[in-house]
Design a protein around this ligand. Structure first.
Ligand code: ARG
Length: 463
């Protein structure tokens, strides 16, 4: 809380100091201190440019650099104390700089406003975090590939409508998540281009009268582009919304994965064993092993969606250019990164440690009903059109249900009751193994395909 005095004047413009309640309400230092490293980095580049164009002397610049470096050192060692009455990270650092080096410190803010400064800091921060999230995703992809390679032949039921549909390779199912993660990674690579734009030099709204060199600053900070409209540059937060959007889609994927892990590890499915060290017990029921980690990931998906909606709503009616509302952009984004990176990272050992229960999967997949499509497809190879073959097969399935006889146990005579086209060859395709092996169309579940896929994905990941 701010101290209860009303003497903190923001500037000479004000006859009265800010009410402590207003100060406490409007401050952002409690959370934007996370940006300190980027604030200093941006200031260093700005100061270097000011010297280059002759606004700062060599001595001013050296003093500023020395001052900022000592501030960062103190910050990194936890020796820097942020003051709430200085409102935000920008004024905290600038005020301290002036305190440490005197008048030269006061020249740093030439040709700059907090509006373009905060936009810069936020973009610098986001650039690093986007890369961090991107690299975490890559590791999770690798974990899936390791698992797929470890169990190349395990077959499980594939589901539609959560009803057993057709046999698929466990590895094929895992690689489906790699596809999703690849798209997530692509989305981050794509939005990175739009984060990677330098807003500094836009001033408060209209640019500046000083002869600054924005290209130089962009180069110093490694930005791919420079913004072209000062009003847009200080009020654009699309990049943050894109991050929350890509983060939401990523979390949706992780949540689906989590849901499957939860289902598969239940007694009802009993398809996998999750690593014990990532499960928890119950305080009351000794038999329990709860999948807390996937459950929490599923739960945390909501807060990332919340951040997206929060940012969209904050921005939706803002007149150009900067408005204080935009200070609300930071916490959701901090949370998106923290949540998404934590979730991806914790999933790596869970995926690596999970074990398929092959025997249980075999039982689940042995229901001949899962091979009905094989019968229909085979009849087509005997010259029956698919609609008719589907109808014949439906009658076979019905017969199997009514007589409680699994399709795989039916005799040729029984098959022939439904069509004269049946012969001994039908039994060649009526096995789980054949059902998987024969699905060699591009993207299908056959072992040959999955092996090729693993190779392809490994190459993509390496590049
Ligand atoms: N703390 C502010 C923010 O996060 C910094 C920019 C302040 N600009 C201003 N005109 N009050 O948006």
């Amino acid at each position: 809380m701010a101290q209860k005095n009303k003497s903190q004047k923001w500037s000479g413009r004000f006859a009265q100091g800010l009410d402590p309640l207003a100060l406490d309400f409007t401050q952002s230092i409690s959370f934007d201190q996370k940006l300190y490293y980027y604030d200093v980095k941006g200031s260093l580049a700005h100061a270097k440019m000011l010297q280059k164009v002759g606004i700062l002397t060599k001595k001013d610049y050296d003093d500023i650099r020395r001052g900022l470096t000592s501030i960062v050192d103190d910050l990194q060692q936890g020796k820097f104390e942020f003051k709430e009455e200085l409102e935000d990270v920008h004024r905290n650092i600038e005020t301290e700089l002036i305190k440490r080096i005197g008048a030269a410190g006061g020249k740093l803010h030439t040709a700059r406003s907090r509006n373009d400064q905060v936009a810069l800091d936020f973009r610098l921060y986001c650039r690093d975090r986007v890369m961090e999230l991107h690299d975490s995703i890559l590791e999770l992809e690798e974990a899936f590939v390791v698992k797929a390679e470890e169990f190349p032949e395990v077959v499980m039921p594939g589901y539609t409508h959560l009803q057993r549909a057709q046999p698929v390779l466990f590895a094929h199912h895992l690689l489906a998540y790699v596809e999703m993660l690849e798209r997530d990674r692509e989305r981050l690579q794509d939005l990175y281009k739009r984060v990677d734009t330098l807003p500094l030099g836009s001033g408060a709204i209209a640019g500046t009268t000083f002869p600054i060199d924005r290209e130089f600053v962009a180069k110093e900070l490694g930005f791919g582009r420079v913004s072209h409209n000062s009003m847009d540059a200080v009020s654009d937060r699309d990049f943050a919304i894109e991050i929350a959007s890509a983060g939401s889609i990523l979390m949706m994927h992780l949540s689906r994965l989590s849901e499957e892990m939860i289902l598969w590890s239940s007694s009802e499915f009993d398809f996998i064993k999750l690593p014990e060290s990532f499960c928890t017990g119950s305080s009351m029921m000794p038999q329990k092993m709860n999948p807390d980690v996937p459950e929490l990931i599923r739960g945390k998906t909501g807060r990332v969606y919340g951040s997206l909606v929060s940012l969209l709503t904050t921005m939706k009616s803002l007149p150009l250019a900067y408005n204080k509302d935009m200070q609300e952009d930071k916490e959701p984004i901090f949370d998106v990164f923290e949540t998404a990176i934590n979730c991806v990272d914790v999933l790596v050992p869970v995926v690596l440690g999970m074990r398929p229960k092959e025997d249980k999967m075999n039982i689940a997949v042995s229901d001949g009903g899962l091979l009905a499509t094989e019968i229909a497809d085979w009849l087509v190879t005997q010259g029956v059109d698919f609609r008719s073959s589907h109808e014949v097969t439906a009658q076979v399935v019905r017969y199997s249900l009514e007589t409680k006889k699994d399709i795989t146990e039916m005799s040729l005579q029984e098959f022939q009751k439904f069509s004269g086209k049946f012969n001994e060859k039908i039994f060649d395709v009526l096995t789980v193994k054949a059902a998987v092996d024969r699905r060699r169309s591009l993207g299908g579940t056959s072992g040959v395909n999955v092996k090729k896929e693993i190779k392809r994905i490994k190459k993509v990941i390496e590049s």
